[in-house]
Design a protein around this ligand. Structure first.
Ligand code: G3I
Length: 350
């Protein structure tokens, strides 16, 4: 009985706080990113961190009300899912998948092949090419098989390219050779015939040597009938370094012309530099968000728009840059930043 009262009170406080947060901007409760994105036929997602999902009551409430897609910010990375050679731990990732299912959200699973957040047994081990192929193939078969039918998409290969367009010198390139990329896609497809499979990278959103290299890579994969569904343009940008909207549109168009889907997969906007007052910073960030959403809406190939975190409170950026930042749609008090209203406006009116 006490327990029921406790949960009822928590729910009341959370709902009251959220409606207070939104009421000052007079949007009807029915108008959410989620409802508008559904009308426009795209997914709207956020990268999800498990600790606040479990312990911060406002977090799950806001997540499920505003977003219909959830990306795994960390919990599906190699070091979390496969911490020892013969040990897989799915509990935390299952929390995310279960939450998404019960709130009618899709899951964008991240990530199978990356060079960061790998377990020590892997990075410090000495493996022959054949052994590394077996390790990666088994990992992909196991985790894609485990989540078969439960997630909509996998980031299969992440950040395989350098800024100049050459292949990044990772454990996978060194140990297996450039073929690891197509092998990974084929193994993922073997484990789940229906899941969507993505190549995902940053700094390749507009035009330049890296985005040309991503284009050439995926074009080659398509020509070889490697099973790839699309490309994630991460869109980690800043007030002073966001690509022009016209370049992002042109990039989406050329990827779409290959028959690929495009996702804006990890958007955030660093705000510590590039404007003087806090208000100016937030407004400039809002304009960048609006441009990128409108670029996505300009081509049916762009099917999803995901922000890399729910609120500024848990963004990776302040810790990573050591600078104060308001990179996301909601601030540290879960109140909407101007960027939130900018996306509402584009989804509603443009
Ligand atoms: O695992 C420890 C945990 O045991 C400890 O309690 C905690 C305390 O701070 O630290 C934990 O590890 C951190 C982990 O996030 C989970 O919070 C790492 O130190 C930290 O480096 C790691 O950062 C993540 C980063 O990837 C790693 O490169 C960020 O949260 C995550 O947002 C970021 O996401 C990447 C995408 O996967 C790929 N694209 C770029 C994007 C931003 O860097």
């Amino acid at each position: 009985m006490k327990r029921r009262w406790f949960f009822a009170s928590v729910l009341f406080i959370v709902s009251a706080s959220l409606s207070l947060a939104f009421s000052s901007y007079s949007l009807p409760n029915s108008v959410t990113l989620r409802s508008l994105a559904e009308k426009r036929g795209i997914e709207i997602g956020a990268a999800v961190a498990i600790p606040p999902l479990k312990t911060d009551p406002m977090y799950p409430q806001l997540l499920a009300s505003q977003f219909n897609s959830a990306s795994a910010e960390n919990v599906m990375k190699f070091e979390y899912l496969h911490p020892q050679p013969n040990t897989y731990t799915f509990n935390e990732a299952d929390t995310l998948v279960d939450f998404a299912k019960s709130h009618n959200m899709t899951v964008h699973a991240h990530v199978l092949v990356w060079h960061i957040q790998l377990p020590k047994w892997l990075t410090e081990g000495k493996f022959s090419r054949d052994q590394l192929i077996t390790i990666l193939r088994d990992h992909i078969h196991k985790v894609v098989g485990y989540y078969k039918g439960k997630v909509q998409a996998w980031d299969v290969v992440n950040e395989a390219l350098n800024d100049d367009g050459t292949l990044r010198n990772t454990i996978w390139l060194q140990g297996i050779g450039p073929d690891y990329i197509e092998m990974a896609f084929r193994w993922a497809r073997e484990a789940d015939p229906n899941v969507e499979l993505y190549y995902n990278d940053f700094g390749a959103d507009g035009f330049g040597p890296k985005s040309d290299a991503v284009y050439n890579l995926v074009k080659k994969l398509k020509a070889k009938q490697v099973p790839i569904t699309g490309v994630g343009l991460q869109m980690h940008v800043g007030l002073g370094w966001a690509p022009p909207k016209r370049d992002v549109i042109a990039n989406i168009n050329r990827l779409g012309d290959l028959g690929l889907n495009v996702h804006i997969s990890e958007m955030d906007v660093q705000t510590y530099d590039g404007a003087r007052t806090e208000e100016e910073k937030l407004q400039k960030a809002a304009n960048i968000y609006a441009d990128m959403m409108s670029a996505c809406l300009s081509n049916k190939a762009c099917k999803s728009f995901t922000v890399w975190g729910l609120t500024d409170k848990f963004s990776w950026l302040p810790g990573f840059t050591g600078k104060p930042n308001s990179p996301l749609l909601f601030n540290t008090n879960y109140r909407p930043n101007p960027a939130y209203y900018a996306l509402i406006d584009v989804l509603q009116n443009k």
